[in-house]
Structures are given as C-alpha cells and as structure tokens.
Design a protein around this ligand. Sequence first.
Ligand SMILES: *Cc1c(COP(=O)(O)O)cnc(C)c1O
Length: 572
Amino acid sequence: MKELLNRMTKDPKIAYFTMEIGLNKEIPTYSGGLGVLAGDTIKSAADLRLPMVSVTLISKKGYFRQAIDERGRQREEPEEWSPARFMELLPVKVAVEIEGRDVYVQAWLFEVKSLTGGSVPVFFLDTDLNENRPDDREITDHLYGGDKAYRLKQEIVLGIGGVRMLRQIGFEIRKYHMNEGHASLLALELLKGYKRDIEEVWDERLVWDTGKVKDLCVFTTHTPAEAGHDKFPYEMVSKVLGEPVPIDVIKALAGSDHMNMTLLALNLSEYVNGVAKKHKEVSQNMFPGYEINSITNGVHSYTWTCDSFRRLYDKYLPGWANEPELFVRVGRIPDSELWDAHMEAKKALLELVKAETGIEMSPDILTIGFARRATAYKRADLLFSDIERLEKIARGKIQVVYAGKAHPKDDAGKWMIEKIFVIKERLRDSIEIAYLENYNMEIAHRLVSGVDVWLNTPMRPLEASGTSGMKATHNGVPNFSVLDGWWIEGHIEGFTGWSIGPEPLENSVNEGVMDSRDAMDLYNKLEEIIMPIYYNDRLTWVRIMQNAIGKNAYYFNSHRMMRRYVTEAYIR
Ligand SMILES: *Cc1c(COP(=O)(O)O)cnc(C)c1O
C-alpha cells in the first residue's frame, strides 16, 4: 500500500472534486448526468495519461433504487452496496470540524486504469468510523438525501476533508477543479493557508490572499436555473461550518445574505466555464462581472458504444477508442454493416423491454427513446400534447421507450411518471409505450444504442448541456431535439438529426406558447420527414446515422473535452 501511494504521489497532480461520480453500473455513487460526466472525465484522463486524482463521497446507500407500481407511482429504496468489493480502505484519517466537534474521515481508493497504461486514483470519502457519533457516521450515506444541514455537512467533508486527505496522503496539487459548486469549500480551506502578514496590509479583508487561491482553482458550473445553486443561510453556516476564515471574509466571497456556493467558487477561481456555448451565455447573464468560458461536454466513447458498434469500429476505424477523431472516417463502414450493427443493438434493447415489462415490441417499427431525470422542465409529456394527432400520425408505426427517476422531493417529476403511465394505458391499442424502472448507466447504455431516434424536449434554456444524446450518436442514433444545450452545436437539420421548435435565440415566449409550438413542430417533422425517411428511404437514413457518428460523436466525446480542459483551464 505504502509503495502504491508513493508511486501515486510522485508527481504534482490536478485534483478533480465532485459530489457524485458514475464510473460503472456497480458503483451507484451517482444520480444522473453530473455524475456520469465526472466518471467519463476521469476515464478520459486515464486514457490520455493525464496527471489527475479525483475526490468524491462514498454514498454507501447510493442515490436510490426506483421501483414503480402499475399506476406509475415511484417508490424509493436504498441502494446499498459494499465498497470493499471494488476498492480498498486506506489507513489514513483526517478530521474536519462540524458543529464544533471533530468528525473523522477515511478514504477508499479506486483506481481507474486504462489500456494505455494511464491510471487515475479516485478517493471516496467515508465518515462511517467508530470514532464518530452515530449521526456523523451517516454523513456520507445518501447522495442528495437529507436536509440542507445534511448537505452542508457533506460539502464540508468533500471540500475541506478532501483537501486535507490529499495533503495527508502526500499529494502536491497544482490545480483544483470543482465540478459544480458542491465542492466550493475546498477553496476556503485553501484560503486558510494564504494569510498575509498583518503588518503588510492596511485593510483587514486583504489579509487573506484570494489571488493565490484563484491561481489554483478551476470551476465548472452546470446549472442554468437559479434554484439549482446551493445556498445556505448564515445562521446554519455559523452553527455547522463555523468560521474557517472570519465570517466577514466568507460573506465578501459568497454573498451577504446566503452562503452561495456558486458565488464562492466564482470568486475563488481563475478559470470558470459553462458546459456548452449557450450555457456559457446563460451563466454570464446570471453572473455579470465574471468571465465565464465554455467547454462543451463530451462522453467517454468506449464506455458509451455498444458491443456491435465497438466491433464495427474496431474493424474499420482501429484505434477509435483512444482517438475518437477517427470517426471522421465513418464513411469507410459499409451501409449494410452499419445497419446490421444497429439492428443487433435494437433487438437487445427490445429483449430487455420484454424481460422488464412484458411488452413485446417489433424491431421493424420506428422506436423513439426518451430517458432522463423525471422533472418538469424536461417535458417528458410533450410527445403527448395532442394525443389524437399523435395517434393519427402513428397508426401502428411508432413505439416509445421511456426511463427516468424523479428526485424523492420532486412531486412534479413524480407526477410526470404517473401521467406517462396513464397515457400508456390509454394508447395501448395504437402505440406501444414502455417505461423501464430504475434508470441507471446500464439501462442508459441499452437505450441510447437500441432505439432509432433519441428524443429530447427540454424547456429552453434549462438544458445546460445534456449528454445522453451524445451517447446515442456514438451508436449511430440521430437526435430529434429542442435546440438547447449541446444540440445547438451538434445539429445540422436533416443531416445529423432534427430540431424541435424555434431557433435558440428566441427565449422569451411564455411557457404555454412554447409548449404548443414545440409540439406542433415535433408532430409535423415526425409525420412528414422522419417516418417517411425511416420507412421508405433506408439509404438516406443510414447517411444520417453516419453523420451522427462522423459529425457528432467525432466532437462530443470526453477525450476532446479533456484536451480542452488541459489547454484552456489547467495549463494557463
Ligand atoms: C447520461 C446519463 C444521464 C444524463 O443524460 P441527460 O441527457 O444529460 O439528461 C443521466 N442519467 C444516466 C443514468 C445517464 O447515463
């Protein structure tokens, strides 16, 4: 163990801090897009042999396992798992102060190893130690569970505990990358180390050298909605966090009325970015006065490509997994083999649908996929805005597969699932609709590769990036989506896929108008463009599949994303 740690700490590193991470289907320490992105980031870093380490929480009871009854009501069950099966507990302990007492933190080590010889250690922090009080032992149990104070405690463990853990192990860190504001307290912990000599300064607030911290920090914001930013009342902050630096200093950096974690990160990071070009603009408007850059997200190509397409790429584009730029040569793949690979993935999905729901779908029918967090702004029900119209269009020629969890406290999201169940029953004689339980990385993998079209209908401009559509393109599945997030950059109408609704510049129409305009466009394109090509013009359909790979997967992968983080954020 000692030897392993010595080897790991030999060179300076970039430390990537994230509340959640989705590395594989067996380690349920993620809830959705943010965590899966973190996993893909670390996998690409390992492939590219970047000098990185990552810090996250062990989340021993996961996010939750979703069960859905016959009426569409979601039940949440703990997703208990056993870290010892996958990782090793390090004999290193640090303490953080929470509510005035010491809470001890230990770390599990998981190494992400690449075939290229690269490797990135991921440290999963755990407070379930004998030394701790029973309630403190539960701090790292539930991802996004509990109340606000519970969240603040988790963020103390992640940010402050994480920095101390890396120091204790012996790492020299060149850059700290905060994946979302959950990790912002790391910057306060760093600030404590940069106190100027009081004799040299005339203003109390200048004692703390924020410039030194900024040089060390990179911040990626992911949330285009004001409500999505973590904020804690100062009463709670004084009680739970105390004053790692004087409260006036915290207020100057994180806002005077609440401790706003996004603001804290913005004020203590030299480089800040949004996760798509549009998201950068939205964030810039939310936080005027800060320079916000953009690095559009990507997905880990190998992870998100299904078996039949991996074989195809190995045969015609050898080396693709570590050099996704090779997708530019997708034209080398014969049309028939591309189609066969797709049908193989489609049949595998339909088998899963049958096994999970009993619903039998036909591989010859146009299959639409929609899977994402069940929450109001994602508008999973937009497809059903005008049911008569949809039935007229479909006439036995469309089937739809859904999946998605609602956050336990998101009643509107839960209602969305129930609504789809009601419609599913109502349409049972005209359109087959299946809702798969417990959306996770495994189901995502089957879905994005096995459907014919990937549908996305968020309310503009709330989709910061979106990544499931990028996964679809790696399997030759074209997107049919609202122009928001990454699709604004990936969309070429009728070439890489299709848009729904107006150009991205138009943001300010009211919601009702937006819904009906988008729905109308969705129906029109489905009826007049997508179904006719799918059923009558296989050659054009396969060209569009090729373009999804050659133009979208070519660019929207995490290898490209990480090269940009290196040149634009890490080395400056
Ligand atoms: C990729 C992925 C997501 C994110 O998808 P979006 O398109 O960004 O909503 C969420 N959950 C799981 C399990 C995923 O694999």
